[in-house]
Design a protein around this ligand. Structure first.
Ligand code: MTE
Length: 331
């Protein structure tokens, strides 16, 4: 096969570092006071991973009112765990990119809406957030690597952005892009990953217009009652809780409405393993591991995975008339 060990998903799930080992290692590193950033912010009594966010111009909107329609069947994952166990390949292929990700400058930040729309728009993130308003929702998050978390996200329904964009009837899909800045995101430099000659930054993801209009599709601006941390995808990321986590693209700069199905970053690299639909289904294994169960991070529990990650009532209807093979709809 052309691409070998391209990322952590290439490692059999059984060999991945259990999070308690990983977290203890991190606490040990923190105890050593590694890095000027940590020392400076630490001296001021601020969590170094939040230092930059204290200047966020939308801070007054947090914590946002919780929408009680979105409930969880398990406790919220500890914030520290969510802040220190991340997939953000622009900053490296390990889970420990949180400090590296602090280099990302999230203001000014413009979001472009273009393609098959009545009028193209470029809007500053703070104007966008104030225009549409935010709420809090509790969501599950299921990574293709067979671990899961639960997150109190803040943000707004994707449907509000679709409304703002005024798509033409020719628009069937939305293609989304993350920033490109190799000076900030060092893994975007050529030759950082052995596979980078085959990868094409930016990170790209896509959804159908119907998926974007589904009530569950959520554009995230915050988490844990404050603006979302950089390593989690500030200032704007997606949350699609019924799909594998790689669909939830981080730090979005562009939404393009199009009549063509977008090809995502991972699909381009490894189409047999990471498809466009990527809906969660315990009965459809990843080619190299089972998806029947998941490790709930921070609990030591392994629980059965649910069809559409437990959100079937809200989303199964989107796919009922599609005659797609399970390996296509669920991978
Ligand atoms: N978005 C970008 N731009 N780059 C990435 O590497 N990783 C994806 C997704 N969005 C990724 C991304 C994957 S694989 C997952 S599981 C989630 O982000 C992880 O989100 P978290 O770090 O907040 O848990």
């Amino acid at each position: 096969m052309l691409i070998k060990n391209i990322h952590d998903w290439e490692i059999p799930e059984s060999q991945a570092t259990p999070e308690h080992v990983f977290l203890n290692r991190r606490k040990f590193m923190a105890g050593l006071g590694a890095g000027a950033l940590s020392i400076g912010a630490g001296a001021m009594g601020i969590n170094p991973l939040f230092a930059a966010e204290s200047k966020d111009p939308t801070m007054d909107l947090y914590p946002a009112k919780r929408n009680m329609a979105y409930k969880l069947d398990r406790p919220v994952t500890e914030e520290e765990l969510n802040l220190t166990f991340n997939n953000f390949f622009e900053f490296g292929s390990s889970k420990r990119i949180s400090e590296e990700a602090q280099k990302l400058k999230t203001r000014p930040w413009e979001v472009k809406i273009d393609g098959e729309v009545e009028k193209e728009i470029t809007i500053g993130i703070d104007d966008l957030i104030r225009k549409v308003g935010i709420e809090e929702r509790l969501y599950r998050h299921r990574c293709v690597e067979a671990w899961s978390m639960t997150v109190p996200w803040s943000g707004f329904a994707f449907s509000k952005l679709v409304e703002l964009a005024k798509p033409k009837s020719s628009a069937k899909f939305i293609r989304m892009e993350t920033f490109v800045d190799p000076d900030v995101a060092s893994a975007q430099k050529p030759s950082v990953f052995p596979w980078s000659s085959q990868s094409k930054w930016p990170y790209v993801e896509g959804v159908t217009i119907e998926e974007a209009r589904n009530d569950l599709a959520f554009l995230v601006t915050g988490a844990y009652g404050k603006p979302v941390a950089k390593q989690m995808g500030a200032p704007l990321r997606l949350a699609l809780p019924w799909k594998f986590g790689f669909k939830s693209i981080k730090s979005i700069v562009r939404f393009t409405f199009t009549d063509k199905r977008p090809i995502s970053f991972w699909e381009e690299l490894q189409p047999r393993e990471y498809g466009f639909w990527a809906n969660v289904n315990p009965k459809v294994p990843h080619p190299r591991w089972s998806q029947a169960t998941e490790r709930v991070l921070g609990t030591g529990n392994r629980v059965p995975t649910l069809l559409y990650n437990g959100y079937g009532d809200q989303v199964a209807g989107l796919y009922k008339d599609m005659k797609l093979r399970p390996e296509v709809l669920f991978r």
